[in-house]
Design a binder for this molecule. Structure first.
Ligand SMILES: [Zn+2]
Length: 161
């Protein structure tokens, strides 16, 4: 089922819509192997009719199954749109189609959720990539800094010898 709003239910009152939308309904056509959507999209919306239009706003949440582009580790990436707003005109040139007294929010959700997709998913901003995963080389503090001559370090070195 797409996410439909029945206009009859909207007459003179707000409608609270909460639930899950099967990700197949969004028809995301993902071509990026690093980003997959398998889990349903969760929504928590308030919908009202306003001046010959439908106004929906609320939260959208979708968990993606990603693969880190640096270290190839699979990880979950949670997309959250905290203040999603969607305005659907019922009159005029841009008016949305009404089928069986209902308008479909799915195309707008699809469009807006796609905008928030990560282009290059990384498991962690600090991810050092494949090499860094085993040795942690990138995280090691720089040790090549020149030591001041005659410092305590030099004495320590001599002690060790
Ligand atoms: Zn990574």
């Amino acid at each position: 089922m797409p996410l439909l709003v029945n206009l009859r239910n909207l007459a003179r009152r707000e409608l609270a819509l909460q639930g899950e939308l099967p990700v197949a309904e969004l028809d995301l056509e993902l071509r990026d192997e690093m980003v997959q959507a398998r889990q349903p999209l969760r929504y928590d919306l308030e919908v009202q009719e306003l001046n010959d239009s439908v106004l929906a706003r609320g939260e959208l949440e979708l968990t993606l199954d990603c693969q880190c582009v640096r270290c190839l580790k699979p990880f979950e990436y949670r997309l959250e749109v905290a203040d999603w707003v969607c305005h659907l005109p019922l009159e005029g040139d841009d008016k949305v189609s009404v089928v069986d007294d209902s308008v479909d929010l799915t195309p707008q959700i699809r469009e807006d959720i796609l905008l928030t997709f990560p282009a290059h998913p990384v498991c962690d901003p600090q991810c050092g990539g494949l090499a860094g995963r085993s040795s942690g080389a990138k995280k090691k503090p720089a040790t090549n800094a020149p030591r001041p001559a005659g410092s305590a370090w030099d004495k320590l070195d001599k002690l060790k010898l």
